[in-house]
Design a protein around this ligand. Structure first.
Ligand SMILES: O=C(O)CCC(=O)C(=O)O
Ligand SMILES: [Fe+2]
Length: 367
């Protein structure tokens, strides 16, 4: 019957498994395309009438002008109903939304396979629009934003040289109380403005909000100005021991993270590119101050490909008003795991990345 409906000749292989989703369980956006999977099926077996507010919906993402969007159609996992779809790479993107009730979501699901299908792992090339080449180190002049924004302890010479040693030894450093409390106050007020934010995609890669740099309110705008200024890069030199002339490009983002947001690792096509090392800078603002040990927000660094990602990948737990500097080796990447809805965590992240020239790496290696 299915074979006729989809006009597909199945081979002898059928994969079947039982799946149980408990509170907090979810399955992020994917298209099922792997090997010879042809038609996916899911039989829903939870006996209670399922309420939409419990989460656990099967969400089908919409594709507009061949771009996968965050728009979706949700199917409630109704008892004894069967859902089937033909596996179409880059099209049949779907997810199971987080189960938020204590009722267990039970399914039998799998795929009919066909020799007519042979899905290969996909490469994804990130459009490199956010990188601004040719950094100009312009001076703000006269006014010292550095001391206006940043806590005074960051300027003690001993403290700076201690931090530089830490950075050189560990390839990372973290320091608390970055913004002065008066600055933090104003920043939070501006960040809380709901009209600032635009959701980022595609959903099979990421879901978080970014503030448009061109329409920022006053203090945020001044901050961005400052974080791209000569003053900042001079400070950056002092604290990392790197030479600002070795920075060949930079990117900057102000991010908002809400429950249900995530980034995913993906296969990139830039593996053939010249290796570049990066310095990642994060400033983390979290008013809920969710305990860092709840793993509510951590940045995961990995050199693995998406299918090989290990549980022991380096996780950086984030603490409110800390700045983090990370030396990211070439061919490694970072991501932030799905923020569970029932943890109700929300945070802001200032994120900068600087790519380094080959010479600076030599200098780093030679100490
Ligand atoms: O349980 C569902 O509704 C979908 C499951 C799914 O997409 C999968 O296992 O690949
Ligand atoms: Fe699936």
């Amino acid at each position: 019957m299915l074979s006729d409906h989809y006009n597909i000749e199945f081979n002898k292989k059928v994969t079947v498994s039982g799946s149980l989703y408990r509170k907090g369980d979810f399955l992020l956006c994917h298209d099922d395309a792997s090997d010879d999977r042809a038609v996916a099926f899911i039989l829903y077996l939870t006996e209670e009438p399922w309420l939409k507010t419990w989460g656990g919906t099967l969400d089908l993402f919409q594709t507009i002008d061949s771009q996968v969007t965050h728009g979706k159609k949700s199917i409630i996992p109704t008892f004894n109903s069967l859902v089937c779809f033909k596996v179409d790479p880059n099209v049949t993107y779907h997810q199971v939304s987080e189960v938020t009730s204590n009722v267990e979501r039970l399914t039998v699901n799998g795929w009919f396979h066909s020799d007519m299908f042979k899905h290969e792992p996909k490469l994804y090339a990130e459009p490199k629009v956010s990188l601004c080449k040719h950094i100009k180190f312009y001076s703000i002049g006269g006014h010292s934003y550095l001391t206006e924004f940043i806590s005074h302890k960051f300027f003690y010479t001993d403290w700076i040289s201690q931090k530089q040693q830490e950075f050189v030894a560990n390839n990372m450093l973290a320091a608390g109380d970055f913004f002065r409390s008066c600055t933090m106050h104003v920043l939070i007020e501006e960040l809380e403005n709901k009209t600032l934010w635009k959701m980022q995609g595609p959903p099979y890669k990421r879901k978080y909000d970014v503030a448009s740099i061109t329409t920022l309110p006053t203090t945020l705008r001044t901050l961005v100005h400052f974080l791209t200024s000569l003053e900042w890069f001079n400070y950056f030199e002092a604290i990392t021991g790197l030479n600002k002339a070795d920075i060949v490009s930079s990117s900057f983002e102000i991010q908002r993270w809400l429950p249900g947001y995530y980034t995913l690792l993906y296969y990139t096509s830039d593996l053939d590119d010249e290796p570049i090392d990066m310095i990642d800078v994060f400033v983390y603002i979290n008013m809920n101050n969710v305990q860092s040990n709840s793993r509510a927000s951590a940045i995961v660094y990995s050199t693995q490909s998406p299918s090989e990602i290990q549980d022991d990948a380096f996780q950086m737990q984030l603490v409110h008003n800390h700045i983090y500097l990370m030396h990211r080796k070439s061919h490694s990447s970072w991501f932030i795991k799905y923020l569970k809805k029932h943890v109700k965590n929300k945070f802001y992240l200032f994120q900068m990345s600087y790519s380094l020239s080959g010479q600076s790496l030599l200098r780093l290696k030679n100490g």
